[in-house]
Design a protein around this ligand. Structure first.
Ligand code: ZN
Length: 424
């Protein structure tokens, strides 16, 4: 391996050699060789003494004495080889993510975070994730990938694919963070242009499953409509409803932020592309890396708003398509209202809330816009239970409409939607 414990710190022999000029190289090697010979350099993992070897076959490295073996040092070597293609930002980003996740261990007893090669050294894995995470028994392989602009390289594509399959076989769910935004998006055409490797970096999260449900609900509702045609997306072939997400990481100094894209991958052929489900958005690291059942990686409010936008857009497109058809022949009219009402409430998860507390706030106009929205969604979902609270749906809707009129612009998308759905 390239590192050793020496005088209280870890030295990397390659870093030391890069500091010395070509003519001093031999002298530097000799210096560390002698220091190691005197037993002053030890393994950072097992503390056993190390020697410096500068053979012809392998590059210069520290090695345990003959007959000694060390699992963690072997795992470290495997991991080092694996990350050789990455740039300098790789370890910076990895460390920041590790620190953020590790800090949550204290408050979450069922959370474990460790470097991949340390956690799995004893099992002698062939590939290690940068970070290993275990939440309540569910295991995750978190990896950062840099130099994505070279990613078209067939070898890299194979490597990512191999690693994904390996982690899956081991029962780990892969999470990839891609350095910087390599993705070329054309939201106007609802197209994301991708590198081939990005197919394997797109992952499936809980939030993507909620999107699947929404889109499937719309598809069920309108079996004769081709959703992608409505968006004028020219698919290479039939596409299943399988929303996935790509996570890009942007770093400036010690700060990093993430951006989130939701997409449905098209057939894997060049030029590689996907249907853009959302426009994508940025979020701060501390919001993105909150661990619940898995890493959050999304902004719940933003996702709900995106879903409302999506449904509204589908409704608008359907309306337009209908108008075109109606011009040609008489077909039954389909209203905007119908789409939004049937598709949306099923798809948007509604948290349990204290209805009476919210109603109290509502009656006194002390409710916030987001609370009013939550209440609205709750009311729609639990319509039949309202009697238990001595409330009628019509009364509640009237009060919500009244309150929303006071606290938000009725011309906004959401106000508009409520007013159009329920009238006054
Ligand atoms: Zn060791």
């Amino acid at each position: 391996m390239d590192i050793a414990q020496y005088e209280g710190t870890v030295v990397n022999i390659n870093t030391e050699l890069s500091k010395s000029s070509e003519s001093d190289r031999a002298r530097t090697i000799e210096k560390y060789r002698r220091i190691a010979e005197k037993g002053a350099m030890s393994c950072p993992f097992c503390n056993e003494k190390l020697q410096l070897r500068a053979g012809e076959v392998r590059e210069i490295h520290f090695a345990h004495l003959k007959g000694k073996s060390c699992q963690e040092a072997d795992a470290y070597d495997t991991y080092r080889n694996q990350t050789q293609r990455e740039n300098k930002k790789h370890s910076v980003i990895k460390e920041i993510i590790y620190t953020e996740l590790k800090s949550q261990e204290i408050i979450k007893p069922d959370l474990k975070v460790e470097y991949g090669y340390k956690e799995k050294a004893a099992e002698k894995w062939k590939h290690y994730p940068d970070i290993y995470m275990n939440k309540n028994g569910r295991e995750f392989a978190i990896s950062v990938i840099t130099n994505v602009h070279n990613i078209g390289d067939e070898k890299v594509v194979k490597t990512i694919n191999k690693r994904n399959r390996y982690f899956e076989e081991k029962g780990l769910k892969s999470i990839w963070f891609v350095e910087d935004r390599e993705l070329a998006d054309d939201y106007e055409h609802r197209v994301l242009h991708l590198w081939e490797a990005e197919y394997d970096l797109a992952i499936k999260t809980e939030e993507d499953q909620i999107w699947d449900q929404l889109i499937n609900d719309i598809v069920d509702e309108f079996p004769n409509e081709k959703l992608l045609d409505l968006f004028h997306y020219k698919a290479y072939g039939p596409m299943d409803v399988d929303v996935r997400s790509l996570y890009y990481v942007h770093s400036t100094g010690d700060e990093i932020s993430f951006s989130v894209y939701r997409l449905i991958l098209d057939e894997k052929q060049s030029p590689y592309r996907a249907f853009a489900v959302t426009r994508g958005y940025r979020m701060h690291m501390s919001n993105a890396l909150i661990v619940r059942d898995e890493i959050l990686l999304s902004d719940k409010q933003r996702e709900d708003a995106d879903r409302i936008d999506f449904v509204n857009e589908v409704a608008r497109k359907l309306e337009q398509a209908r108008e075109v058809e109606q011009a040609a022949a008489k077909v039954p009219e389909l209203s905007y209202k119908e789409v939004a009402v049937t598709a949306l409430p099923k798809a948007i998860e509604v948290a349990d809330i204290d209805v009476l507390e919210y109603m109290e706030k509502l009656n006194h106009l002390r409710i916030s816009e987001s609370e009013a929205k939550t209440l609205f969604k709750y009311m729609k979902k639990h319509r039949s239970d309202l009697g238990d609270y001595g409330l009628s749906f019509a009364d509640v809707m009237r009060t919500i409409n009244y309150a929303l009129g006071k606290i938000m612009d009725p011309k906004s998308e959401f106000g508009w939607w409520i007013l159009n759905t329920f009238g006054n």
